[in-house]
Design a protein around this ligand. Structure first.
Ligand code: IPM
Ligand code: MN
Length: 355
């Protein structure tokens, strides 16, 4: 049966458009081999539009995006726009307004990819981070007192609601049950210092965990998680954590899986829409040179297909990417791939067709 998905596309800033077009090239190759079709709806959101019009995310665009089956995002971040404006006005605003309360970030080292970890191989680095995506320190609550005076006070609050924590933890247990290789879920927290926030997280983890007797429950403080991600990454299967810790440990995760050129993520509302992106950023210095690695964007498309329930097609992309990485590309680093951005996409397409 023919199935057509409505995809909102936000190429965004810097290298975003280049990598998004490779992602779309690969999705279309999947379409040629199957009954799956995609209708793309492009949105020119990002730094250039902000500089021209002063708006980041018009209500009409948000409304339309909320109706899409999924959203495909390139990158946000413009050298001429003050840091914080696009991040809060566009990226965080989409996460919050569309209630994309899960950030799913796989950390998987593919064979043939260099990791900075000595003596670790693809067998050792393969876990998923489930990051809470709408609360915590990102909620934006707090304020100044006596700003600009010697007595200035700045407060930034971590907001953790029972509902928000519970739905995230529940998603992580379900994800672990369905996709975990070892059926082990680790809560990453800081119960020894954040005695209110992570008290709630730990209690909720234990209570929800009672419903999942088949899942091994594990806890580690965030600093220890950082240590073990380097020393013993093979211990992890699925990690669940709050917004800020999730932000930090997934950059570390991206590095051990071969760098920003390969790390993809999903911002997911399990009951609504979801947005998939390469997590690397807009890389202004590489823009327009055909040197940026599009693998992360292609893998964002792969995650999108999985999310839409098209796991067979997602499998084609993953397999073709693995072949491209192992047989064709010299490196995952921008400018050292042994080929240009669009050639990487061409190789992936060829492997999908040949498979
Ligand atoms: C990420 C990014 C964002 C975050 C920034 C750009 C606001 O670092 O997606 O991890 O902190 O969540
Ligand atoms: Mn980040």
């Amino acid at each position: 049966m023919k199935k057509t998905y409505q995809i909102g596309v936000i190429p965004g800033d810097g290298t975003g458009p280049e990598v998004v077009s490779e992602g779309i090239k690969v999705l279309n190759a999947v379409g040629e081999k199957s009954e799956i079709r995609f209708d793309y709806h492009h949105y020119d959101l990002g730094g250039d539009r902000y500089l021209k019009t002063g708006d980041t995310l018009p209500a009409s665009a948000l409304d339309e995006l909320s109706e899409q089956d999924a959203i495909f995002l390139g990158a946000i971040g413009h050298p001429d726009v003050k840091p914080g404006i696009l991040e809060t006005g566009l990226l965080l605003s989409m996460r919050f307004s569309l209630d994309l309360y899960i950030s799913l970030r796989p950390v998987k080292l593919y064979p043939g990819v260099d990791t900075p970890l000595k003596n670790k191989t693809a067998a050792d680095i393969d876990f998923d981070v489930v990051r809470e995506n709408t609360e915590g320190l990102y909620a934006g609550t707090g304020g100044f007192l006596k700003k600009g005076t010697p007595d200035e006070v700045a407060v930034q609050e971590s907001v953790n609601t029972r509902k928000g924590v519970e739905r995230c933890i529940r998603y992580a247990f379900e994800h672990c049950r369905k996709f975990g290789r070892r059926k082990k879920l680790t809560l990453c927290g800081k119960t020894n210092v954040l005695t209110y926030a992570f008290d709630l997280w730990e209690r909720t983890f234990n209570e929800v965990g009672d419903e999942y007797p088949d899942i091994e429950k594990d806890y580690a403080h965030v600093d220890a998680i950082c240590m073990w991600m380097v020393k013993n990454p093979e211990w992890f299967d699925v990690i669940v954590t709050d917004n800020m810790f999730g932000d930090i440990i997934t950059d570390l995760g991206a590095m051990i899986q071969g760098g920003m050129g390969i790390a993809a993520g999903g911002n997911i509302n399990p009951e609504g829409t979801a947005m998939f992106e390469p997590i690397g950023g807009s890389a202004p210095k590489y823009t327009g040179q055909d040197v940026i690695n599009p693998v992360a964007a292609i893998m964002a498309g792969q995650m999108m297909l999985n999310h839409l329930g098209e796991s067979e097609a997602a499998g084609w992309i993953e397999k073709a990417v693995m072949t491209t990485i192992k047989d064709d590309m010299a490196s995952m680093d921008a400018g050292r791939m042994g080929m240009g951005t669009s050639e990487v996409g061409d190789y992936v397409v060829t492997h999908i067709r040949d498979d």
